[in-house]
Design a binder for this molecule. Structure first.
Ligand SMILES: O=P(O)(O)OC[C@H]1O[C@H](O[C@H]2O[C@H](CO)[C@@H](O)[C@H](O)[C@H]2O)[C@H](O)[C@@H](O)[C@@H]1O
Length: 244
């Protein structure tokens, strides 16, 4: 990992993960707080980068729009299962059947109501943040359900097990943006916090871009910031420096 500070300039294509990167982690997905100052910063960056700012998240695009309103940016949701280009067109990857996986998650939740299920377009997430002692039990059951399905893969995020189409990755979503205006020809920078962001880091570094890991943990990223607050502060500084 290199130590010099990463930099945003007028030619950057900026890709930002949401949970644990822009927003502090919360006990439940619907308890997340988005500071107004963050939205102001993102609106300013969107302007100075001429639209080359995208949110790349495990959340559905509809949730990102609601959480970040009035910002409406290009967004890759559900780890790339859905992707909205800068012109507003939304691409959807065909998802294999999630029936087996969803049935397994619901059976686990019937045993332990503290488990939380998110049924997203093309994916199922099982959150065990309120029952962390069940991590291994949930992992084993969801892994078995994935093995009995086809075309799916299991992501082990922060207190969450997410099953999504194997072909959907944040790396593929970022590569697709880099082939389109206004991202085309720009130097990418991606900030993320979780193992699910590593595919995005690899894609950006393959294009000669910079990557920022937020928080602890092994990573291929070239830079690190301590927490979402540090990233928000740095983004605000960059926006102020680049503003006309
Ligand atoms: O790719 P991201 O933007 O980082 O989204 C990954 C998942 O984030 C959300 O779950 C995580 O954040 C919650 C709120 O802080 C937290 O309660 C949970 O334990 C975390 O795993 C979101 O709910 C998922 O849909 C995203 O895939």
């Amino acid at each position: 990992m290199s130590s010099p500070r990463p930099s945003i300039d007028a030619n950057t294509a900026l890709f930002l993960d949401f949970d644990g990167t822009l927003a502090d982690l919360a006990p439940r997905p619907d308890a997340v707080h988005v500071p107004t100052s963050l939205i102001d910063t993102l609106l300013l960056l969107q302007q100075v980068l001429q639209g080359a700012l995208a949110i790349v998240s495990g959340r559905p695009i509809a949730q990102l729009d609601a959480l970040l309103a009035p910002l409406r940016a290009p967004a890759a949701g559900v780890h790339g299962v859905e992707r909205r280009s800068a012109d507003g067109y939304v691409w959807h990857l065909a998802a294999p059947s999630l029936d087996r996986v969803e049935a397994t998650a619901r059976a686990l939740q019937a045993e332990v109501p503290a488990l939380l299920i998110e049924r997203k377009p093309g994916a199922v997430a099982l959150h065990y943040r309120q029952a962390p002692e069940l991590a291994q039990h949930c992992f084993d059951a969801m892994s078995a359900a994935v093995r009995e399905s086809s075309g799916l893969t299991l992501l082990h995020g922060k207190m969450v097990l997410e099953v999504k189409p194997a072909i959907a990755t944040k790396g593929h979503a970022i590569q697709a943006y880099l082939r389109e205006p206004p991202f085309l020809g720009r130097r990418p920078l991606f900030a993320g916090d979780d193992v699910t962001d590593e595919a995005g880091f690899q894609a950006v570094q393959a294009e000669g871009g910079e990557t920022i890991k937020v928080g602890e943990g092994e990573t291929v990223a070239s830079h690190r910031m301590a927490d979402p607050g540090s990233l928000r502060h740095w983004l605000a500084e960059c926006a102020a420096r680049l503003a006309p």
